[in-house]
Design a protein around this ligand. Structure first.
Ligand code: FVH
Length: 294
């Protein structure tokens, strides 16, 4: 009688910074883990941790009921998986490559045509955060039962958040969350450039900036959500007409302080349009509606 492993086998395709962290977490959780990477030398450190390197993607896929893919782009995923459709049939693919909702839906449709269960995912973590508290991965796909089957395995990577049966939803949530992060990061970059234009060290300014951004985030995120969901954008706090005038000071100051204005310049155009279209009395939440292509 054969002894079954306590944890189910998993395959990881793509051993970049993230794929390596994912495979390592699976190994630490006790999963028999088969790994494959286009550049074979990257399997070495994982083999030292107990992973089984496969010579080909096909060998890796057929080693496990579940294959996790983490490549640079979904174009790479499609190119890698397309010739392996037969081997993947009857198995589950969890694609943790960053991409768009449309790309995820297209991959899901291709998988369905070939009898492959497809789950798309969006990783809300950097490699160092994998398998640590606070990290989570968003998942979506037509087969929620398959997700439930593999959830205990996926839980070894990070907390799991199922966002729905439309395969595009995980990418939509992922890109929306990252949009917030990029907006904040760009603002922080401009703030350090501005404070630094007078020789003030970023580290000295950092506590003020952190507290300010945190306080504004706490206020703006829920207040904007309420305005968007109710359609009530009128404000007694800070209206668009005032913001449009105030914003000219920012662009002028950047130029006066010897900074480039390219990052924030498009915002002036958006504020101008908001006022020109008659939304001067509304709050900044109105911009959400103006960002839609009509
Ligand atoms: N690193 C991060 O912080 C972020 C966190 C959130 C999620 N992203 C996304 O994860 C995907 C992979 O990111 P990564 O950091 O692991 O990226 P790299 O270290 O550059 O590794 C890329 C791997 O993809 C392989 N690869 C690329 N093209 C192909 C191809 N056509 N066929 C087969 N494999 C391919 C590459 O192989 P090699 O260059 O080593 O041979 C690496 O294994 C990404 O979507 C992030 O947006 C990470």
């Amino acid at each position: 009688q054969s002894v079954q492993p306590a944890q189910s086998p998993v395959t990881v395709l793509g051993l970049g910074l993230m794929g390596t962290a994912l495979a390592s977490a699976l190994l630490k959780a006790g999963h028999p883990t088969t790994v494959w990477n286009r550049t074979a030398s990257k399997t070495g450190p994982l083999a030292a941790q107990g992973a089984t390197p496969a010579d080909t993607a096909r060998d890796a896929i057929t080693a496990s009921p579940l294959t996790i893919v983490c490549l640079t782009t979904n174009k790479d995923v499609r190119a890698l998986l397309a010739p392996e459709a037969e081997s993947l049939a009857g198995r589950t693919v969890v694609n943790l490559t960053n991409g768009t909702p449309a790309q995820a839906r297209e991959l899901a449709a291709w998988a369905a045509d070939h009898g492959i269960t497809y789950i798309d995912g969006g990783i809300m973590a950097v490699p160092q955060m994998i398998a640590t508290p606070g990290a989570y991965i968003l998942y979506s796909g037509t087969d929620e039962a398959a997700f439930a089957t593999h959830r205990p395995t996926l839980q070894a990577l990070a907390d799991t958040k199922w966002v729905g049966k439309d395969p595009g939803l995980a990418a939509l949530y992922d890109l929306s969350l990252l949009t917030g992060m990029y907006g904040m990061t760009m603002g922080v970059a401009q703030a350090y450039a501005l404070i630094g234009s007078e020789g003030i060290p970023a580290g000295e300014f950092a506590p003020l900036l952190r507290d300010w951004v945190a306080a504004m985030t706490d206020a703006i995120v829920p207040e904007t959500a309420a305005a968007v969901d109710t359609g009530q954008h009128l404000t007694d706090v800070s209206n668009l007409a005032m913001n449009r005038e105030a914003f000219t000071n920012f662009l002028q100051a950047y130029a006066e302080q010897g900074l480039r204005t390219e990052l924030f310049e498009p915002l002036q155009g958006l504020l101008d349009r908001a006022v020109e279209e008659g939304h001067g009395a509304d709050g900044l939440s109105r911009l959400v509606t103006l960002l839609k292509q009509s």
